[in-house]
Design a protein around this ligand. Structure first.
Ligand code: NAD
Length: 257
């Protein structure tokens, strides 16, 4: 990954930050995109601690805003001249509620960020990669992009859409040297998942976490670094022929009946 230019959305926390840390160690040039400016500043400090020489560009942007997406892509090209890899990761979970009771404003917000944000990202990054005749894209779906998850209709709809768009991008741009994949993490311990356990059991989120972990074949939740290593491979030159796949990173849980 040395000197590869990688854009990461949702880079200030959780899975985005963990991958930024992993790639900073490897000497990649990183473009960190997030709508939380304060958290972005903290992320920069963490990355400089890992590699003082790491080349970073930060762009505060909401991925559901098309102009903001166009802008982070333009800034990347102005600064680094190319885009080797795109980790299209920013997303939110929304609220837990059955389908008929789901708050429609929240539903639309989840779709705007998780589906449209991923779409806008590919829409502006792919033309740059086409000119290079090279590029690697990793979209973030979820196990909720492979199967149903009760009380998360908007999230599940948006993540199935991400998996579908990934297949299409792989079909349409493989000839331009662009490989597009999605990852489907299970429960990985990040701030987003900690918040979900608070919703499931506000009095004792830790109990909700322990109970959830028991369902997994490994009897534990995943760690952000265990996602970062897979993403790093998919974004690298080492990946020559994997495209159009939604790869579960879930300790095997999605195979259970
Ligand atoms: P997180 O909440 O810990 O971090 C998400 C980051 O994205 C934050 O820094 C947040 O500020 C940023 N972000 C959110 N909406 C944004 C927007 N509109 N524009 C710009 N930045 C935005 O979440 P996470 O657990 O790291 O999740 C990252 C991705 O992984 C999401 O797409 C999520 O759906 C997916 N995912 C996570 C898990 C898990 O177990 N953690 C499982 C499956 C899928």
């Amino acid at each position: 990954m040395k000197d590869n230019v990688i854009i990461i959305t949702g880079a200030a926390m959780g899975l985005g930050l963990a991958t930024a840390e992993y790639l900073a160690e490897k000497g990649a040039k990183l473009v960190l995109v997030d709508y939380n400016g304060e958290a972005l500043e903290d992320a920069v400090k963490k990355l400089k601690d890992i590699n003082a020489d790491v080349e970073l560009l930060t762009v505060e942007a909401d991925v559901s805003n098309e102009e903001a997406v166009k802008n982070y892509v333009e800034k990347t090209v102005e600064t680094f001249g190319r885009i080797d890899g795109f980790y299209n990761n920013a997303g939110i979970e929304g609220k837990q509620a059955p389908l008929t009771e789901y708050d429609q404003e929240v539903f639309k917000k989840v779709i705007d960020i998780n589906l449209m944000g991923v779409y806008y990202g590919m829409r502006y990054v792919i033309p740059v990669m086409q000119k290079q005749n090279y590029g690697k894209i990793v979209n973030v779906a979820s196990v909720g992009g492979i199967r149903g998850v009760a009380n998360q209709t908007a999230y599940v709809a948006s993540k199935h859409a991400v998996s579908g768009m990934t297949k299409n991008a792989a079909l349409e741009y493989g000839r331009d040297g662009i490989l597009t994949n999605a990852i489907a993490p299970g429960a990985i311990l990040t701030p987003m998942v900690a918040e979900a356990f608070k919703q499931v059991n506000p009095d004792d989120p830790k109990a909700a976490e322990t109970e959830y972990a028991q369902r997994n074949p490994t009897k534990r939740l995943g760690l952000p670094k265990e996602v970062a290593t897979v993403v790093s491979f998919l974004l690298s030159e080492e990946n020559g022929y994997v495209s159009g796949q939604t790869i579960a990173i879930d300790g095997g849980e999605s195979n259970m009946y």
